[in-house]
Design a protein around this ligand. Structure first.
Ligand code: THU
Length: 138
């Protein structure tokens, strides 16, 4: 299902990501990003980037979606799939901080990158190999 980038299973996530992207607050970069996360409860959570006049305060779409999912009860192991959408030719992979934030909840998360024409599927373990987790100090 989520190992096929063309599977219809991605549709609710893509819809949620595009919808969230419409609400992006990106007046500085003018680069609007949407993300969506599916949890094992079947819920889909959208997120968009939220920029700030104090640039380091900017929040990425992926971590916005993650925050919404956690607030609704997501716990480690409960993430099923993720989508990141932008409206540019070059697909947008999650930044390093977002990869680290996501790996806390699912090491092998399928991550679909998409624009209006193209889809590209990755696994988080390949986007963030040798990741730091709590196993290092537990
Ligand atoms: N951004 C995201 O929201 N997600 C990504 O995966 C990459 C970058 C945002 C942060 C900032 O608001 C804008 O894109 C330009 O870096």
């Amino acid at each position: 299902m989520f190992d096929d980038p063309q599977s219809p299973a991605w549709t609710p996530l893509l819809n949620a990501a595009w919808k969230a992207r419409d609400h992006a607050h990106a007046p500085y970069s003018r680069f609007q990003v949407g993300a969506a996360l599916l949890t094992s409860s079947g819920a889909v959570f959208g997120g968009c980037n939220v920029e700030n006049a104090a640039y380091p305060v900017c929040l990425c779409a992926e971590r916005g979606a993650l925050s919404a999912a956690v607030a609704a009860g997501l716990r480690p192991g409960g993430l099923v799939a993720a989508v990141v959408v932008t409206d540019v030719a070059e697909l947008t992979p999650p930044c390093g901080a977002c990869r680290q934030a996501l790996v806390e909840f699912a090491k092998e998360l399928p991550v679909l990158l998409a624009n209006r024409q193209v889809r590209q599927l990755h696994r988080l373990e390949n986007l963030l190999p040798h990741s730091f987790t709590s196993e290092q100090f537990r």
